[in-house]
Design a protein around this ligand. Structure first.
Ligand code: GTP
Ligand code: MG
Length: 207
């Protein structure tokens, strides 16, 4: 799939204020600083579309971007930001998790994982929460330019083995670098495939 246009639509502080649920939607979540906003910019070829920062906690609202006038990409605030107060964390959980669960047009939630790190409890718990709520999700390993190919492969293999200890099957797994643009085509094709599959299912339901 080619991205021809990508425009900012709206920042929302609650799911109730988000745009109408009429279009297919794909969102990025993961720990603060994992590279959600950078990935959105890389995919859309617009380096300044979503705001990025080397300091965690940059994205604070639910940000909708319309792609090719036909579907949404959504940049979400990250979790696991150490400096945040308990009150703030509860607020985050309420508004971001509520958005994810209430958004019926969310075709797939991409959970971003830093490819350099050992599996983190907070990510594993978040995946559990998504599974319990039947939220369709895929994993994206980020920042692969920061380590050697071998080290990244070993880390991802270990990650998969750990998941398979508790999960019957693995979610879709994608690998990226927003610096080298590795994984761009694969993610865009994945989105296109999911959209087509869901459109087909909806047609069958109507028939
Ligand atoms: P929050 O909005 O705070 O939750 O963070 P985020 O997940 O949106 O991360 P963001 O895209 O702002 O990136 C955080 C930092 O990581 C920035 O300094 C980026 O330049 C850097 N970064 C993001 N992706 C990559 C990548 O693929 N490779 C490298 N080397 N750096 C990256
Ligand atoms: Mg961000």
């Amino acid at each position: 799939m080619l991205i021809k246009t990508a425009e900012f639509v709206k920042s929302s502080t609650t799911y109730k204020l988000c745009p109408e649920k009429k279009l297919p939607e794909y969102a990025f979540i993961g720990r603060s600083n994992v590279g959600k906003s950078s990935l959105l910019n890389m995919l859309t070829n617009k380096s300044k579309l979503a705001k990025i920062s080397s300091k965690p906690g940059k994205t604070q609202t639910i940000n909708h971007f319309i792609i090719n006038d036909s579907w949404f990409l959504v940049d979400l605030p990250g979790y696991g930001y150490a400096q945040i107060s308990k009150k703030e964390r509860v607020k985050w959980e309420k508004f971001v998790v509520e958005y994810i669960i209430m958004r019926e047009n969310l075709h797939c939630l991409f959970i971003l994982i830093d490819s350099r790190l050992e599996p983190q409890k907070i990510d594993l718990e978040f995946m559990e929460l998504m599974a319990i709520n039947s939220v369709p999700f895929a994993l994206i390993f980020t920042k692969i330019d920061k380590k050697s190919k071998g080290a990244v492969e070993t880390n991802i293999e270990n990650y998969k083995n750990l998941l398979l200890k508790t999960w019957a099957e693995l979610p879709a797994i994608l690998i990226t670098s927003s610096v080298t643009e590795f994984g761009k085509e694969e993610i865009l094709n994945f989105i296109e495939d999911v959209t087509l599959k869901i459109e087909k299912q909806d047609e069958q339901v109507v028939k």
